[in-house]
Ligand binder design. Structure first.
Ligand SMILES: NC(=O)c1ccc[n+]([C@@H]2O[C@H](COP(=O)([O-])OP(=O)(O)OC[C@H]3O[C@@H](n4cnc5c(N)ncnc54)[C@H](OP(=O)(O)O)[C@@H]3O)[C@@H](O)[C@H]2O)c1
Length: 227
């Protein structure tokens, strides 16, 4: 698929007319001391919505899909909120050995789907929720302590794939090391969630690492600036 994707233009840093997705995204991700590096990958409209008709696909493009797939191929583990798994199709990952952790407070996740029956899915849930019949990582009481859950993962690079409520919890826990945000050139209207939903007011400074463009889509990459 990579061969048929038109190259992006890199606008920052070092403007260049043609850069491939892998070249732009296969970069060093140093593992913090206590947990894996966490990158968040999302697409949003110009007016900040992360959904059209309750799904992200209407915001995406072939190059955006390539960004998602490339980052998946670089990640050791993927994590995703239970709400996204309920809204979107999440099958077993194509990368051999990769696993997908579904973050849930309630444990009310359908585990009779291919993601779990394949043995590639696991739940990330609080310690006080009854044990489901699938592998799980437990941390926190009432809600998942995300930093502690991440520390239990056998991974150097974990990719988080939304949605807004999980992103909010990750921002609150200050574990987002990298944000790969595609800006889709459309207004979505509606009241769909923005990148985070339900976080308390907070300030997490991010530093621009790159902006690329293709077909009006902006492919941005930000790194957490920890001063
Ligand atoms: N544009 C994009 O790139 C993109 C990416 C992903 C998703 N989306 C869209 O976003 C929408 C879903 O977003 P959402 O905000 O409704 O759902 P979400 O963030 O995917 O999932 C929310 C659920 O995750 C669990 N959760 C979140 N934080 C938790 C914590 N700290 N501890 C324990 N559990 C926690 C809870 O699960 P329980 O309810 O099981 O307790 C919560 O209800 C969908 O429409 C999807 O299409 C868009």
């Amino acid at each position: 698929m990579a061969g048929i994707i038109a190259p992006m233009r890199r606008l920052h840093p070092h403007p260049t007319d043609a850069i491939g997705v892998r070249e732009a995204y296969a970069v060093e991700r140093p593992r913090p001391p206590a947990r894996p590096w966490l990158g968040l990958c999302m697409v949003a409209s110009l007016d900040g919505s992360t959904v059209i008709d309750h799904r992200s696909s209407g915001l995406s493009s072939p190059t955006d899909t390539e960004v998602l797939l490339t980052l998946r191929s670089l990640a050791d583990v993927l994590i995703v909120g239970a709400g996204t798994v309920r809204a979107e199709r999440y099958g077993p990952p194509s990368k051999p050995g990769q696993r997908v952790g579904v973050v849930t407070r309630s444990g009310a996740v359908d585990v009779d789907v291919a993601l779990f029956t394949s043995g590639r899915g696991f739940l990330i849930l609080p310690e006080d929720v009854p044990a489901p019949a699938v592998p799980c990582v437990r941390a926190g009481i009432g809600v998942v302590d995300l930093a502690a859950a991440l520390a239990q993962l056998d991974a150097d690079f974990v990719q988080a794939e939304g949605g807004a409520a999980l992103n909010a919890a990750l921002a609150q826990a200050d574990v987002i090391d990298e944000l790969n945000l595609t800006i889709s050139p459309q207004l979505a209207g509606g009241d769909g969630p923005r990148l985070t939903r339900g976080a308390p007011p907070l300030v997490r400074e991010m530093q621009l690492a790159h902006i690329c463009e293709q077909d009006g889509f902006l492919f941005t990459r930000y790194l957490r600036h920890r001063g």
